[in-house]
Design a protein around this ligand. Sequence first.
Ligand SMILES: *Cc1c(COP(=O)(O)O)cnc(C)c1O
Ligand SMILES: [Zn+2]
Length: 502
Amino acid sequence: MKINAFPSELQSDLIPSPGGRLIYRCLGCQAEFGIQELLYTCPQCRSVLLIYDADFDRLKANPGAKWRRIFDFRQMLTIPALKGIYRFHEFIGPNLPLESIVYLGEGHTPVVEANARLQDMVGIRFYYKNDGQNPSASFKDRGMASAFSYINYLIQNGHIKDVLAICASTGDTSAAAALYAAYLQPGIKSAVLLPHKKITPQQLAQPLGNGAAVYEIPGVFDDCMKVVEALSDKYNVALLNSKNAWRILGQESYSYEIAQAFEYDMADKVVVVPIGNAGNITAVMSGFLKFYETGIIEALPKIVGVQSQHANPVYLHYQQPDPKNRPFKPVTVKPSVAQAAMIGNPVSMPRVTYLVDHYNRIAGAQKVNFVEVSEQAIMDWQLTANQNGHIACTHGGETLAGLAALRKQGLLREDETAICDSTAHALKFIDFQTMYFEQRLPEEFEVEPQAALINAPQLVQPGAHVKTPAPGAPLEVQDMQQFIQVVSDQIAQDLDLKPRAH
Ligand SMILES: *Cc1c(COP(=O)(O)O)cnc(C)c1O
Ligand SMILES: [Zn+2]
């Protein structure tokens, strides 16, 4: 729709112009730094940073109702820069001119209600938000759209050039980084570091296909992360891990979209996310807080962070009830089917501790909770979800397993509504399904395949007396008829089909 067709009182607000005053703030020593430099950790105390808008209060000049109208009408604009996460420009990257924004189709992923059968099994009304329907098939594209738009802005304005984007990854960060870097050739090149044999073949294929330099490193993700940190300390590279606070800003769009999808009514809503490096849950809390502070939503939803028992440092941390006795202890991870969340020492932990306190204080109740689930529950719930029409990845299985566990423990009411994050597309992690079905998941995963969930193809064998077609070698008419007859009879018998009544 063209701009002059919109309600006249909204026209001047629909297309945003650059504003705000973004500043890095250290979560360790509270020091502040300008954003003209690419920073990942505090130059003074090495702690992680968040970006805040020193002019945030200007956004409160609009009543919440006006913002809601702006975002709802903005959906009808056809300007590419505002088609993705920057529909919420003022909250994500207010300093960026539209010319700098990189849009590859990220965001606005479908929110799909589970069917009655599956909701019955879980005992609560719930939806999946399918973040696997982002361009590189995981939610990481949200953060990359933000980080790369900012880098693009710095390049366009001559602040930096010949950028090498670098990241460590459990598979999806590298896929997303390589995609956005490839789009911004030739000014940006990318290099990714992956734990050898700890990512799926699909995830390895992605950065290779997008032309990144791919390095496989012995060890697990936490080890790759240390190498990347050493590289970004010593050399002139752009770090694209969620340590980069621009990633967090982009991933806040997940919360804004949920708010919009439920007409900004967040009362009695429960948002369930998996935790790995804890960038995602950081962004989800931060996003809802910003919409709450500006009156766009009038209640804060509950937030549930789910971890596998094989990679559960955040869960264990919050098991300790007294905050004073709660020094954070990294764990050594064990193999997990929720492989993208197999992280023992989450980089964003300081952000999580800060935001959990803040969120609960503003909500006036303990609204952020953590739960752990078994590898068995992750696989079983993923397969059950997909047998009911979803495209959940193993992490989507993890969120659903967490939801089911909380409901069973009586920690959620039947009249609440949950939104489970399927953080990636099922196909990225499909080998775990295959290994489950073929009963060859290595023992250390501690998953016992359940017969009722197993599925396998059946090879139809017409028998030695029947000629079979082959590529380039079609059958004679009569042979073909016999082939069709024998094969269709076998299938009909197997499916117990009843003949059509004439
Ligand atoms: C990265 C990732 C996670 C974990 O998110 P964090 O922000 O690291 O906590 C979960 N699921 C998938 C599919 C991912 O790619
Ligand atoms: Zn500091």
